[in-house]
Design a protein around this ligand. Structure first.
Ligand code: NAD
Length: 467
């Protein structure tokens, strides 16, 4: 590996005060050792971002946009390196790794071209100017399931709005974010984008530091709650994209094979480790048998293996902790339901489990009520769409969901009553920066992407003049 082993602080590559071992999940063996920041280095990163912010803001939207475009171009130039590291560090199959790198480039380009215009608002008694000013220093904290896309989708809007940033990836996938920060060194002014890594020990410091104005976080609901508590004393702005337990509701009139294929893809994408993956399926009684059979067939056919192998469809779990969690859910699956495909960890090196389909399971089982975040999918029998909707809405989560029917008006009528930020009709997991992402209930606070997401990186500033 040529780059991505050092911290990025104040425009320089910095050796860590500590080190961090990175494991390849396809082998369970050490893949690289990279820098890990101390509290002092985290403080230096925040100080560098604070110092750089006024100059970065003064450059204006267009100049900042040019630099972000240059960052996207540089990422595109190094596309192959990023894909290779993604496969080794995160474990995903090569096609999914390539998609993640391409999406990251697209997200950075999208925000590089986005603007929030100043406006004059007609108001009685004078002239009112509405402006969008940056907030200051933003802390970005990301999980391990999309280790490049999630940081890119935080960095680009934070920076285009004139904020500076300290970005911290998850401890098990630090390299891609360090690489992106390193690319920024020749392009962005020093201090604008700092990247530090930790061993789950710097989050509290970052999210309670008085010089951090906003935290943009993607991760678990439990950590989101801690971040809210940490930010309370300084009233930090927060965008929290948290856990999900997306339900798919399958009505009795669908084309069974086609729907099973699409639902399988949306459930087992990234080995089920996607916030917006389908995590529970509610199927109408009339088609339950046939649908379960079609899903089991897909699961039995899926090629499981290292991401580097071109035929692989499903890679390993990303880390040992998640692998252990998956093994727990395998036990739950055997205890609470009938396993009709998979049902076991693979006897080989690495963190692999076979894609597992579980039928005849009650939706009070923890496999249905909790976010399993692994390739184990419960299929619950329901009487009809109303029954499914009531069960789907019982969850504390509300990230995404979908309704599947040959009659899209019938599906849409249910979709409108689903308590989720995003509800798809006859599709799932279709996303991009031009459509807002917002979690309902305990799946998050705030909006990401589009102008709505960009506005969350800004302070509304009103200048009111006498007539
Ligand atoms: P996690 O919450 O354990 O960790 C996420 C990040 O938070 C890591 O960088 C971690 O180091 C950091 N962190 C840990 N303790 C912290 C603290 N006290 N303060 C601040 N930061 C702290 O989550 P994970 O296991 O890495 O990721 C999986 C979770 O992320 C799942 O629940 C998944 O649904 C969620 N997720 C949500 C979305 C979304 O857009 N809603 C996207 C991807 C993943």
């Amino acid at each position: 590996m040529q780059f991505g082993t050092k911290l990025v602080i104040d425009g320089k590559l910095v050796a860590g005060d500590h080190t961090l071992d990175v494991i390849n999940p396809a082998t369970g063996k050490l893949f690289a050792t990279v820098a890990r920041a101390s509290q002092q280095q985290a403080a230096a990163a925040i100080a560098a971002a604070k110092k750089a912010q006024p100059g970065w803001e003064a450059l204006g939207w267009d100049r900042r946009g040019e630099m972000l475009k240059a960052l996207a171009d540089s990422l595109e130039k190094h596309r192959g390196d990023f894909i290779n590291v993604m496969i080794a560090e995160q474990g995903k199959p090569s096609r999914e790794a390539a998609d993640e790198v391409d999406y990251s480039i697209a997200f950075i380009r999208y925000f590089a071209g986005l603007r929030l215009q100043d406006e004059v608002i007609p108001a009685p008694g004078g002239r009112v100017e509405l402006r969008h000013r940056p907030l200051g220093v933003v802390a970005g904290i990301s999980p391990w399931n999309f280790p490049l896309l999630i940081p890119a989708a935080k960095i680009a809007p934070a920076l285009i709005a004139g904020n500076t940033m300290v970005m911290k990836p998850a401890p098990t996938t630090p390299i891609l974010t360090l690489m992106l920060g390193e690319l920024g060194i020749g392009i962005l002014p020093p201090g604008v984008l700092n990247v530090i890594t930790d061993q789950n020990d710097l989050g509290n410091m970052l999210t309670s530091h008085p010089d951090i104005a906003k935290v943009t976080f993607t991760g678990s609901t439990a950590t989101g709650r801690r971040i809210m508590a940490n930010g309370a004393s300084t009233l930090k702005r927060l965008t929290l994209e948290l856990g999900g337990n997306d339900a798919a509701i399958v009505l009795d009139d669908v084309n069974i094979q086609e729907t099973a294929d699409r639902i399988f893809d949306a459930a087992f994408f990234n080995a089920g480790q996607a916030c917006l993956a389908i995590k529970r399926v509610y199927v109408a009684d009339a088609i339950y048998e046939a649908f379960c059979k079609a899903m089991a067939r897909r699961a039995q056919e899926a090629v499981v293996g290292p991401g580097s192998q071109p035929s692989t469809r499903i890679g390993p779990l990303q880390n040992r902790q998640q692998f252990e969690k998956a093994k727990h859910f395998l036990n739950v699956a055997h205890r609470d339901g009938r396993v009709i495909a998979g049902g076991m960890a693979m006897e080989r090196e690495g963190y692999f489990i076979r894609p597992t389909i579980v039928r005849d399971i009650d939706d009070q089982s923890e496999l249905v009520t909790e976010e399993q975040f692994c390739p184990i999918l419960p299929i619950v029998r329901v009487t009809d769409g109303e029954d499914a909707l009531a069960r789907a809405n019982r969850s504390e989560f509300g990230l995404g969901g979908s309704v599947w029917s040959a009659d899209s008006a019938r599906a849409k009528a249910l979709a409108r009553r689903m308590q989720s930020g995003t509800v798809w009709v006859n599709q799932h997991l279709n996303f991009g920066p031009e459509v807002p992402l917002a979690g309902a209930k305990q799946s998050g606070i705030g909006v990401e992407w589009t102008e709505l997401g960009l506005a969350e990186f800004c302070q509304v500033n009103v200048i009111r003049e006498a007539a």
